[in-house]
Design a protein around this ligand. Structure first.
Ligand SMILES: C[S@@+](CC[C@H](N)C(=O)[O-])C[C@H]1O[C@@H](n2cnc3c(N)ncnc32)[C@H](O)[C@@H]1O
Length: 245
């Protein structure tokens, strides 16, 4: 995979969408932005399923959360860009995948990744993910976003719920020393999830990679170096130094 410098391969000529026909101005603006987006061009040229792939590449270039040999869970995997990046960096083998993704949308097969087509909020999803992975993950990624309703506050709350559920999952399954990266929104009601993560990880902060559009309220929470779960008196693993895991 090539080095991910932001905007590498920027096209100099701007493509404009003509005003002919019945295309709405908001749709025209979206199309123009898409056609002129250097990350979209780069994704097409490099065989990446999504421009979102470059967000993970940029975050990983800086924080090195993915390393060869790691086991990775990718929540909200479709169309598969983050899985492609993870497979490549952890060197997951097609005959023994160490990357497992989940999405309720279909994902075309990715050699080196196991994909579950299911809702992560289903009760059995956590067990199915760990079974497919064959053990505890080193990294839990979540780029899950709720389908937009057009009502900004509702969209924020629904995506924050996904982020909180992903955080609870990470804390209940990660190996000690593991990392958690999840999409959130500026202005999201994230106080509680941040507090919980700070109790369980050595370092927690927000990241906004260059590939995340400046005008977007999207942000990522990066929690590194999971402190682990304390052994319960009965010998079983239990939640660590904070609220329920
Ligand atoms: C921004 S996209 C992920 C893009 C992906 N990281 C990539 O690089 O291709 C967000 C995804 O989250 C998925 N999603 C949202 N809620 C989900 C849920 N409850 N269970 C599974 N997937 C979910 C959506 O279907 C969507 O495909």
């Amino acid at each position: 995979m090539k080095d991910a410098k932001a905007g590498a391969g920027i096209r100099q000529l701007k493509t404009r969408v003509k005003k002919k026909g019945k295309i709405k101005s908001s749709s025209r603006r979206w199309l123009e932005r898409h056609l002129n987006d250097p990350y979209v061009h780069r994704a097409n040229a490099e065989g990446m399923r999504s421009r979102a792939a470059y967000k993970l590449i940029e975050i990983n270039d800086k924080y090195k959360i993915l390393q060869p040999g790691m086991k990775v869970v990718d929540l909200g995997a479709a169309p598969g860009g983050w899985c492609q990046v993870a497979v490549n960096i952890v060197k997951s083998k097609p005959e023994a995948p160490s990357v497992v993704g989940i999405d309720y949308l279909p994902v075309d097969p990715i050699p080196g990744a196991t994909i579950l087509q299911a809702n992560f909020l289903d009760d059995d999803a956590p067990d199915r993910l760990i079974e497919a992975l064959g053990g505890a993950p080193d990294v839990v990624l979540s780029d899950m976003a709720a389908p937009t309703t057009g009502h900004r506050r509702t969209d924020h709350l629904r995506t924050m719920h996904l982020c909180e559920t992903a955080a609870d999952f990470a804390v209940s399954v990660l190996k000690p020393g593991g990392h958690f990266l999840a999409k959130t929104f500026q202005g999201g009601a994230e106080g509680e999830v941040l507090t919980m993560l700070k109790q369980h990880f050595a370092s927690v902060h927000h990241v906004k990679p260059p590939a995340s559009r400046a005008e977007s309220v999207e942000l990522y929470i990066l929690a590194r170096n999971f402190k682990g779960r304390k052994a319960a008196p009965g010998g079983e693993e239990a939640a660590g130094e904070g609220p329920e895991a």
